[in-house]
Ligand binder design. Structure first.
Ligand SMILES: Cc1ncc(COP(=O)(O)O)c(C=O)c1O
Length: 414
């Protein structure tokens, strides 16, 4: 069956609200490429939105999943527990920044992890307010839509939204020209004047914004916010769902600024493509919730846990944090060489790199040209004018370079 034939069936069967970047249908995928059902190869600069960091169908993940499927597929950890869930929590407690005692809880999706982090912070502090940031993205459930900044397509027409969410100005060096401490002072002033420190349950922030445009805050912004949050008796939550698991060249992006968040949300890259998410943090905060207050039927499903353990092992053995730094410097070197007037900024960390272009239509037409030439790239940003690159961290140099050839040709044809 061809992509065109499947697409015709899709239009008649799949809800229109679920979009796709390309209209080719995948047959199989590997460490750096996807092959569609028409036999066409795509170089993958998307990794399923930062998920398949260890590659698609990574060898250790296949083996671990197969072994687990043969043993049992589901018992529900809340009913009949199993070791793999405990082992994933142990790994998360050890890998996340901070040498203090930690606990973790597992869920299915990023949005669900964020919802639970908010639940835990409110329960622990007995306060209502959650502070989020301009351009932030935290998901599409009702609470996480309220936490997400951008209206279209995520929120438009889906309200009313959850209350007690307050949006502070983000540090966006290209646009605000402020250094980190000055941008933090601006955000803190807003919080103190408009929310009141004693009402704040949590400050929730992506250490590098994902959907919002790969916005890297100016140095000093995150540490100053984390310090204010602790002094205010609130919980500092880092949403590392997109930045986590080696993507930015270190296990977690908070470490680049020596920030030790009270809670960290993770998902995406954690399990090689299987649905798994987590909240990890201070034992005193995590354990404040009563027994039965956290959970869900599928959270920490044994197959996803087996995949996570195999993915983490792969990241360690192949030093995928080092690979992310290598990929990032290769992409940045090629893009910086261009010195093209349409490129406002090349930014990011590790294998999470973006270019900001003048407007959404330029970004869309560069992306379309990349797609026409077999390179899968994504756009993002509040203004839709950012192209982002999130290749699998196992992508070989020759595939990466072929992708960069296509990308640089598309950019310079503007
Ligand atoms: C920073 C961040 N938080 C939360 C989410 C939501 O995750 P999910 O789509 O798994 O619900 C995303 C997804 O893109 C994200 O990038």
């Amino acid at each position: 069956m061809t992509s065109a034939e499947i697409h015709k069936r899709r239009v008649a069967a799949v809800a229109r609200g679920v979009g796709s970047t390309i209209s080719s249908y995948v047959d199989h995928a590997s460490g750096g490429t996807l092959t569609d059902v028409d036999g066409r190869e795509w170089i993958d600069f998307a990794a399923g939105i930062a998920v398949t960091s260890v590659g698609n169908s990574a060898p250790r993940v296949i083996e671990a999943v197969q072994r687990q499927v043969e043993r049992f597929t589901h018992t529900c950890f809340m009913v009949a527990p199993y070791e793999a869930y405990v082992a994933v929590c142990e790994q998360l407690n050890g890998l996340t920044p901070g040498a203090f005692e930690k606990r973790s809880a597992l869920f299915n999706s990023g949005a669900e992890a964020v919802e639970n982090a908010v639940k835990i912070a409110r329960y622990h502090t007995k306060r209502p307010a959650i502070v989020v940031f301009d351009h932030g993205y935290h998901g599409r459930t009702n609470l996480t839509m309220a936490l997400t900044a951008k209206n279209m397509p995520y929120k438009n027409g889906f309200g009313p939204f959850a209350p007690e969410i307050y949006r502070a100005p983000m540090s966006y060096p290209l646009r605000d020209g402020l250094d980190g401490p000055a941008a933090a002072a601006r955000a803190i002033d807003m919080i103190e004047k408009q929310v009141g420190a004693s009402n704040v349950a949590a400050v929730l922030i992506e250490p590098i914004q994902g959907e919002g445009g790969f916005v890297v805050p100016a140095p000093g912004f995150l540490p100053a916010l984390a310090e204010w949050t602790r002094e205010a008796g609130a919980v500092f939550i880092a949403d590392e769902i997109q930045t986590g698991f080696c993507r930015t060249g270190s296990w977690f992006a908070s470490s680049h600024e020596d920030v030790e968040p009270d809670l960290i949300t993770t998902a995406k890259g954690i399990a090689g493509g299987l649905p798994l998410a987590a909240v990890t943090g201070h034992a005193s905060i995590m354990d404040s919730v009563h027994v039965g207050g956290l959970g869900g039927t599928y959270g920490g499903n044994p197959i996803a846990c087996a995949a996570a353990l195999a993915s983490i092992e792969t990241m360690r053995e192949l030093d995928l944090a080092g690979a992310a730094r290598h990929i990032g410097s290769r992409i940045t070197a090629r893009l910086s060489e261009l010195d093209h007037p349409a490129i406002a900024e090349v930014r990011g960390r590790g294998a999470m790199i973006a270019v900001e272009l003048p407007d959404a239509s330029t970004a869309a037409s560069v992306a379309a040209q990349c797609h026409a030439n077999g390179l899968l790239v994504l756009t993002c940003g509040t203004y839709g004018n950012v192209l982002r690159f999130l290749p699998p961290l196992v992508m070989p140099d020759d595939v990466l370079d072929r992708g960069l050839d296509i990308l640089t040709a598309a950019l310079t044809s503007r």
